[in-house]
Design a protein around this ligand. Structure first.
Ligand SMILES: NC(=O)c1ccc[n+]([C@@H]2O[C@H](COP(=O)([O-])OP(=O)(O)OC[C@H]3O[C@@H](n4cnc5c(N)ncnc54)[C@H](O)[C@@H]3O)[C@@H](O)[C@H]2O)c1
Length: 251
């Protein structure tokens, strides 16, 4: 095992809780940090933590990165995985200030704690949102993200990447760091604001999303097996195979 103690910021979140479980299962010691940011309910985050909170190799610190390096544990760790952030592109348009505070200031404080001896290895969770309105798909890492980044959330992630890069150089490469741009992550415990989670919640509540979806093979069917004439129940100009579902009032 190349290192043994890992600090996971944002450990009570969706990805953080999966990472902690995995690290503990693989025999690492894990120091978890989270401030239970109210972006979604604390109860969900406590449930995320429940599976491993009592593991003998897990220590939890309820702390807020915005409060500076002194808020971080007074120990040294081998690696830091920095997942703590205010996530979500849409909400960041309504509340950019809290994204700046948590994602830029918080990341700056973490880096300062690392420089002061906390650790010399960092994995930073950035986001594919930095590709924003890049015209070419699939996205390329060498696209000019200064030009493509078009949301406050993405801008704070890009600033985080830049801070990590700066600390790497400023301190004579004594900070080994990796900026990783996650695309939409899905799976159990997914953040409740994400689309797949919303769709699943509505389906479980017995109602289909207000928007209709058409499976690709079904969409192709009229072209191969046409049924003429189009049934009279279909509205003028509508495709006979495209049904509409009633809108769901549930969130
Ligand atoms: N889930 C995705 O699809 C996705 C995609 C791209 C990037 N990311 C990035 O991955 C990381 C984890 O995402 P997630 O989906 O697990 O989000 P999440 O909201 O479930 O987890 C983030 C955790 O960080 C904590 N946190 C926020 N601000 C903090 C602060 N100032 N101090 C301490 N803790 C704080 C929150 O309480 C939360 O538990 C984030 O950095 C996010 O930007 C996620």
């Amino acid at each position: 095992m190349p290192f043994s103690t890992v600090l996971v910021t944002g450990c009570a979140g969706f990805i953080g809780s999966h990472l902690c479980e995995r690290l503990l299962r693989d025999g690492y010691r894990v120091v978890g940090l989270d401030n239970f940011d109210p972006f979604y309910p604390r109860a969900i985050k406590e449930a995320n933590l429940a599976a491993f909170a009592r593991h003998p190799h897990f220590t939890f610190h309820e702390a807020d990165l915005r409060h500076g390096p002194a808020a971080l544990p007074a120990i040294a760790v081998d690696v830091v995985v920095h997942l703590a952030a205010k996530a979500g592109v849409g909400p960041s348009v309504k509340d950019p200030a809290s994204y700046l505070e948590n994602n830029v200031l918080g990341t700056g404080h973490l880096l300062e704690w690392m420089r002061q001896g906390g650790s010399s290895k960092l994995f930073f969770a950035s986001s594919s949102s930095v590709y924003g309105n890049a015209p070419e798909q699939p996205f390329r890492e060498d696209v000019n993200t200064l030009a493509t980044c078009i949301s406050p959330c993405a801008a704070t992630k890009l600033a985080g990447e830049q801070l990590v890069h700066t600390y790497h150089h400023l301190h004579l490469h004594k900070l080994d760091a990796l900026n990783a741009r996650f695309f939409t992550v899905y799976g159990p415990r997914q953040r409740p604001d994400l689309a797949i989670h919303k769709f699943a919640r509505r389906l479980r509540a017995g109602c289909a999303p207000a928007r209709s979806f058409l499976y690709s093979a079904t969409a192709a069917r009229p072209a191969t097996t046409p049924t003429w004439p189009i049934p009279s129940t279909a509205s003028p100009g509508a495709c006979a195979t495209c049904s509409t579902t009633p809108a769901c009032s549930k969130p």
